[in-house]
Design a protein around this ligand. Sequence first.
Ligand code: 7ML
Ligand code: ZN
Length: 875
Amino acid sequence: MPDSAPQIIRREDYRSPDYRIEQVELDFDLEPRRTRVRARLTVQADHDQGDEPRPLVLDGEELELMAIAIDGRPLSPAEYVLEEQRLIIPRPPQRFLLETEVVIRPDTNTELSGLYVSNGVFCTQCEAEGFRRITWFQDRPDVMATYRTTIRADRATQPVLLSNGNLVEEGELEQGRHFAVWEDPFPKPSYLFGLVAGDLACNERSFTTRSGREVKLRIFVEHGKEGRTGYAMDSLVRAMRWDEERFGLEYDLDLFNIVAVSDFNMGAMENKSLNIFNDKYILADPETATDADFDGIESVVAHEYFHNWTGNRITCRDWFQLSLKEGLTVFRDQEFSADMRSRPVKRIQDVRRLRAAQFPEDAGPLAHPVRPDSYIEINNFYTATIYEKGAEVIRMLHAFLGEAGFQKGMGLYIARHDGQAVTCDDFVAAMADANDVDLSQFKRWYSQAGTPVLTVSGRYDTGRGAYELTVEQHTPPTPGQADKQPLQMPLSIGLLDRQGRDIPLVPGGGAGQESLTLPIRSERQTFVIEDVPEPAALSLNRGFSAPVNIRIDRDAEERAFLMAHDSDPFQRWEAGQEFATELMLATAGGQAPSLAAFIDAFGELLRDRRLEPAFVAEAATLPGEDYVAERMVVIDVEAVHHARQTLRREIALALRADLEVLYREMASDEAYSPDAEAAGRRALRNVALAYLSALAEEDARELDRLVTHYRTADNMTDRMAALRLLVNLPGPEQEKALRDFEDRYGSDMLVMDKWFMLQAISTLPDTLERVETLLGHPAFSLERPNKVRALIGAFTVGNPLRYHAADGSGYDFHAKRTLELDQVNPQVAARLLAPLGRWRRFDDARQEKMKAALQRILAAPRLSRDLYEVASKAL
Ligand code: 7ML
Ligand code: ZN
């Protein structure tokens, strides 16, 4: 347990602040070991003067207070109370200037929250509650102020000085120091404060907004890396243009800065006009970044940029409203990527991710609503539910209202709330009012946790020529929520005839259309679709219009038919995934199901040249072991692994010729380009390679092909694809390739992350031993989140077979390293713990070992609040 009993923060306890802070002047004297921060806050009481005087309570952590004054007069110790994490002024005036001076230590800030140093660069991370580690403040998002920031630093080591807003002054100081003054005209909450100081190179471009304003775009990186910022810059320009065209939203300042740093707890941060990024989401070139890395850069750069309107101009009233900005901004970045590349492929990838991360979360001990009711540590709530499920909720609104209605709602939301800190209710109210619809039932999506299950049955009434469909919904209980109310959702369906063509659906005799959206809102509903001439198959939840699990009885023939014919590419993919999952479950359960129908349909997909390669690559990728395991009553990781390997090998044996054709045809002799088309061809070629490599242990030619693929690769996508397969093969080829990779890229930290990761997810039996050894590798450090995620995170999340070793060695490793990490960086430690929370899904022996690991964590001295919350809830 942490030193003091951790306090639970509840949404129902929200009170607006007693004091507003209107203007903030900050003065930083930067020194790694001793940084002085002076703050001048213009404070205004926000309660009636007739009331009892209310205390001003400021937040602070690890601040050494040097001075405090009100309206220029130093306070005597009797005039304030200084606690561990609060500074209380019991009887302040109605309106006053509060001045404080503190000293902080950026160089020992391993939590990477507040002001810290990464590779010699000073940078900040203030969301959610990091600003209080910089100065005393009401560190809550509904306190919005304008900021004027002065930075003083050594000119030689920190030539670049950045903060939010506009540069208004700069100059020289004594002893080789210099200064810069930044002013941000837009009032903002403290979590959007940003500061960077370091020796950085920059890539600069100009962007003209549609109203004709020139914006200077700059991306700052370590010297020597500016050549790798081109794709991020292009992505930024595309995102700015897209937000104007699709949402009518224009950038609002004359400059926009991005800084990439090596050590960062998350992906990136949207500080006003000074986005700070994990450099993994900025730096890319063909030699060091994969197609997936390029994709990631495009969407994260866009995500952070989009926050300027959905997050910064309109922000959250309190942290329970986090999904107000995150769910909406993820929806926007998903739509952006869908518009930039293949929409169906993007949707498939997003749903894969939702199912891999959010569905298990919603089914486990950490399940919480999109708008949570309570938390202990807010950093633990940057979850797949807030982000991904939050985006699905927005997507459903979009489906109900249509693009035009949704944009009308956005317009009203912005007109009403620009410059304010608001709630999810405010957002939904704007959508409802702009479209004159009632969304009161829909709002349950914000308050109710758990993934709904829809049980569907369809029946064709020959006499009447009608298709009858019954849909029942049920949401399983989640912690603290035993009973659930029915939800409103759009369920898109289609009916296919025997030739696999869409039957026009004619609701109530209207004009025909190929998809129909059923308005689901009750526990049980029946829909009758008239004028249907003999349907062959029902296509259900097209485009994954509702984020639910579906139960429907289907036979192999119907699955194969949908896999071959559904006009909705998402459902075509889905039918294949379902089919494969059923087969793997049967195999894992000890049966020997016939694979013939599946393999036939799979072969059709591989041979269909009308389909885009990126789609075929998705459709030909079997569901992951975790996804299949999640469907078992008691998870058996070995059986699932074996079942998936078996299916892969059978596909390879049966379709070897088709796979070889694809491997040849999808090759390219053009120079690498990260565009969607070229990336799709590489993806498909590497999927073919993966199947063929399933034969490598019995056929030396396939091992050869793999080694050659590695050796001759002219880009990281292909090289990684081969190495990812090689690490699962025993023998000298693996060692040789790993050594070669390390020789080539040993000095490149981002590429070394890949090297660590691939070894951590190897299915070979000695993987844990190897991971333990790699902890001592000179490139590894517990103080670098990217390294921790690449090695420890990849093993615990990405290697179910070895993590869940029957002897419990994986769990012991996890607990031990988590505790070590907790002393360095509690946020990252807590985020890594989720796999242990899934103990209920395993056999008794594993359950005992997993619980024991959690108990060991809880019993440890000096446990952080972050880890305490996750570990205690997991038990
Ligand atoms: C989501 C972020 C955080 C945490 C970034 C930190 C952010 C909070 C920040 C989608 C794309 C890129 C990054 C993130 C993400 C977890 C995930 N405000 O912008 O949301
Ligand atoms: Zn975000």
